[in-house]
Design a protein around this ligand. Structure first.
Ligand SMILES: [Zn+2]
Length: 364
């Protein structure tokens, strides 16, 4: 991202990560570091909304754009993706810059090649770039550097799930499709057939006999360091377990609708005070990496939730889970300052592709 110049502005609206301000005074220095945000003060008047850069809580930047068939379920989708493999440095490069252009200040990226991490660092896009660990028939951890994270309960051995979680923050695809719970409860079904078709040996793997969230609790890994991606099929008692554990969730509604035609129980998530982020997933299941469109889809399905909740999910919550000074217009921090050309913040998630630009880039 290009470097910025220090500036004072008085935007019509500002979102600071927790609340809205009407026509405040906001200043930052040449490094994009916030000097102040206050009710009155200097600055040129600016229409529209000022907000910290957005945090994408679940993305696979190395996977290029691929028009997969919609509504065929996760197993068919995974087969299609594997058959048409779209992982490349070029794809990662295009995705990183597309994400930045759409207002992304940080990512929780999951990859297998290391390409996204290399491009993301070169582009100064902060975040956590995980290397994904698979192997349902391998209990021991591979000898790999960097942050490691398990792929999913149907593809990663419990020993490896625990091994990743012991290292610090981790994230994992969980309960994205009903076949996952069937596989864990019975050891049978579509996932059993599919992993065997890949030559994996399930003879040493024992079905836990419970759903994915209960399995993670039994493993002792469910807690605030965990970020559960999708939870599309998670309901009732399993949501209770997430709520009690302090684990976080990240929702990718457009990808869910494309792959399975389902949406997560956001009302249940909010009523249990489970902290949630939003993510785009990869360009193999969404048309673009625009986080505002993720919120737009969920807001249409859950229209009664307050506007602030969506903005928290896109900004401060992401910084909080990452443990980085991102997602808040907080003096002394450089979260990236984004300007959205919009008459009123209420319109932000109406499905319009609102014009946006960076006034200062993020630095952590
Ligand atoms: Zn994913």
């Amino acid at each position: 991202m290009r470097s910025s110049e220090g500036r004072w502005v008085r935007p019509a609206w500002a979102w600071d990560g927790q609340r809205f301000w009407k026509r405040p005074s906001v200043g930052w220095d040449g490094d994009g570091r916030i000097l102040a945000l206050r009710e009155d003060g200097p600055g040129e008047e600016l229409e529209g909304l000022l907000l910290p850069g957005l945090v994408n809580g679940h993305v696979h930047l190395e996977i290029g754009a691929l028009a997969t068939l919609p509504g065929r379920g996760l197993i068919n989708w995974v087969q299609e993706l594997r058959a048409r493999g779209q992982i490349s440095a070029a794809a990662a490069g295009r995705a990183v810059y597309a994400a930045i252009k759409l207002g992304t200040a940080a990512v929780v990226d999951v990859g297998n090649s290391g390409e996204a991490a290399a491009v993301g660092r070169a582009a100064q896009l902060p975040g956590l770039y995980f290397r994904e660990i698979l192997g349902i028939d391998q209990a021991e951890m591979p000898d790999l550097p960097g942050p490691l994270t398990p792929h999913a309960p149907y593809s990663t051995h419990p020993g490896r799930i625990s091994g990743c979680a012991r290292r610090g923050r981790w994230t994992m695809h969980v309960d994205e499709d009903p076949e996952e719970s069937r596989f864990l409860r019975t050891g049978e079904g579509g996932w059993a057939e599919y992993v065997r078709s890949l030559g994996r040996d399930l003879s040493q793997w024992e079905a836990p006999g419970v759903g994915p969230i209960a399995m993670l609790r039994q493993l002792g890994v469910l807690g605030p360091m965990g970020l559960l991606a999708h939870v599309t099929c998670t309901r009732g008692a399993e949501l209770d377990l997430i709520g009690q554990s302090g684990a976080w969730v990240v929702l990718c509604p457009r990808s869910n609708l494309h792959i399975t035609g389902r949406l997560p129980d956001l009302s249940g998530i909010v009523s249990r005070r489970i902290p949630f982020l939003l993510g785009t997933d990869s360009l193999a299941s969404v048309a673009d990496l625009d986080l505002l469109q993720e919120a737009a889809v969920l807001r249409r399905a859950f229209p009664d939730l307050p506007l602030e909740l969506w903005l928290e999910a896109l900004t401060s919550r992401g910084g909080d889970w990452l443990g980085k000074p991102l997602g808040r217009l907080l003096p002394g921090t450089a979260p990236g300052i984004l300007h959205v050309d919009i008459p009123h913040p209420e319109q932000l998630f109406d499905g319009t592709s609102w014009k946006r630009r960076w006034l200062a880039c993020p630095k952590v």
